[in-house]
Write a protein that binds this ligand. Structure first.
Ligand SMILES: Cc1cc2nc3c(=O)[nH]c(=O)nc-3n(C[C@H](O)[C@H](O)[C@H](O)COP(=O)(O)OP(=O)(O)OC[C@H]3O[C@@H](n4cnc5c(N)ncnc54)[C@H](O)[C@@H]3O)c2cc1C
Length: 430
């Protein structure tokens, strides 16, 4: 069964979300600086009433099942919704599906004990608290086997020492989900455990908040943290000892595809702006849209965008179908690798079509291009995802039986002649 249509009931909800985001949520991007700063008085005043409207429509945290307070719409429906939410910074926050909270909620739901769920997951899902994900370290990121923040058990407490780098939202988070080495003598993929670490734990120091190009120095959102004998209760271990890689995979699989879904919306926005400009601006007596090189930019952008969108949707559909991230690993890695390129390409062309205006801070294109660069690093660099794709794909093949490839034409011809020997006996072949 193949179908490219959304069910009418859900389409009605998407239409509502589309208008609601355009009219009520997108304006917040120009007022609220940091979507994760849920204690900002402006946030408290403006966002909860909008979140209440989303809840009333049944669109709050749609990816979560009813047992976790969501309608259990699954990843496919989330993909369609995220295309709308990805157009603006505040969308995911207003709809209860913002990173890194979604990924963290997913692993708390999967691996949390009943007590952990009550203490951390329930308020997280209600957006009463926020969280951060703490894995990367200053000396290593792409190779998690090299991470060395460690913990040892002392009575009923784990004592954590080490440093974490680029923990997004650390400055606003109430708790961190932290990847920590606890079993140094185990094989590499069983050395680390995952912990729930309250952000205000004594012994956790913020070295600084690292900023992106548009942030003022010291005002960034990427926490550089140092743990010196930071003690957390024994029961804050999330999942089994030595199973952090398994837990991380659950989180990162979901997180990556959610990013891709939102990126579809962002790419679409850049594309819409490019088309509007092309049919509005004239040069040499005709519209930019009449120039063939501009037409090529529009056509190439649409082709890349639609290919990417269909790939994202099919991946979301597969996640719902198999309910097993491992089985969809190649798809997720491929989508993750494709994402920075399509955003960079379309945003760069949209900037170009806007001329000098495009490069200014009055338009969003340079920020989009930086965002594309970030997407090539966050949740693992593109190179690593391409390696995953290639490994997954080649593992589905068998080596050729001898020196020559299995599709070597002389081999195939010989086999074909043997197969049809009785017929060929009556014909002369070269
Ligand atoms: C905006 C942003 C937000 C982030 N948020 C978080 C967060 O919340 N929590 C968190 O834990 N981390 C976070 N990260 C960190 C991110 O996961 C790391 O940047 C990423 O894993 C790469 O690690 P690294 O920066 O140490 O680069 P390195 O590991 O030093 O790699 C540098 C480069 O080497 C190349 N490379 C690496 N490995 C390979 C390979 N196997 N084959 C070929 N080339 C390779 C790639 O070009 C790569 O970019 C964030 C990063 C960014 C940019």
């Amino acid at each position: 069964m193949w179908d490219f249509e959304t069910e009418p009931e859900y389409q009605a909800k998407l239409d509502w979300a589309d208008a609601f985001v355009r009219e009520e949520v997108e304006p917040l991007d120009y007022i609220i600086d940091r979507p994760s700063n849920i204690r900002d008085p402006l946030f408290r005043r403006l966002v909860p009433p909008l979140q209440a409207k989303v809840k009333a429509k049944g669109l709050w945290a749609t990816h979560l099942g009813p047992e976790l307070g969501g309608p259990g719409e699954g990843q496919m429906h989330l993909a369609l919704l995220n295309e709308i939410l990805g157009r603006c910074k505040m969308g995911p926050m207003v709809f209860g599906c913002a990173a890194p909270d979604t990924g963290n909620a997913e692993i708390l739901a999967h691996y949390g004990t009943p007590e952990q769920k009550e203490r951390w997951l329930t308020p997280l899902l209600a957006n009463e608290v926020t969280s951060a994900y703490s894995m990367t370290e200053p000396h290593a990121g792409a190779d998690p086997k090299a991470l060395r923040t460690s913990a040892y058990l002392d009575g009923d407490e784990w004592v954590i020492n080490g440093e974490k780098w680029f923990t997004s939202n650390a400055r606003y988070a109430d708790f961190l989900i932290m990847f920590v080495v606890t079993e140094p003598d185990n094989p590499p993929y069983q050395r680390a455990s995952m912990f729930i670490v309250p952000r205000d734990t004594p012994g956790i120091e913020s070295v600084r908040d690292v900023g992106m190009p548009f942030d003022r120095e010291g005002e960034g959102n990427e926490g550089y943290l140092r743990m010196t004998d930071a003690r957390v209760p024994r029961e804050n271990l999330l999942g089994e000892r030595g199973q952090a890689f398994v837990v991380a995979q659950t989180r990162l699989g979901g997180g990556r595809i959610h990013h891709a879904m939102r990126t579809v919306g962002l790419v679409q926005r850049a594309f819409d702006m490019m088309c509007e400009r092309a049919i509005s601006r004239e040069t040499q007596g005709e519209l930019l849209a009449s120039k063939q090189l501009v037409q090529e930019m529009i056509a190439d952008s649409w082709i890349e965008m639609e290919q990417f969108r269909l790939f994202v949707l099919r991946t979301a559909w597969r996640i719902d179908k198999y309910k097993d991230y491992k089985r969809v690993r190649a798809d997720i890695a491929a989508v993750k690798a494709a994402m920075p390129k399509v955003l960079n390409n379309v945003a760069t062309r949209a900037l170009q079509v806007h001329g000098s205006l495009g490069v200014t801070n009055e338009m969003p294109f340079v920020a989009m291009i930086v965002n594309a660069l970030v997407m090539g690093l966050g949740d693992g660099p593109t190179e690593v995802h391409k390696i995953t794709v290639a490994r997954q794909l080649t593992s589905r093949y068998q080596p050729s039986p001898d020196l020559f490839p299995s599709r070597h034409i002389p081999r195939l011809r010989e086999a074909a002649r043997a197969q049809y020997a009785d017929v060929l006996a009556n014909y002369a072949l070269d």
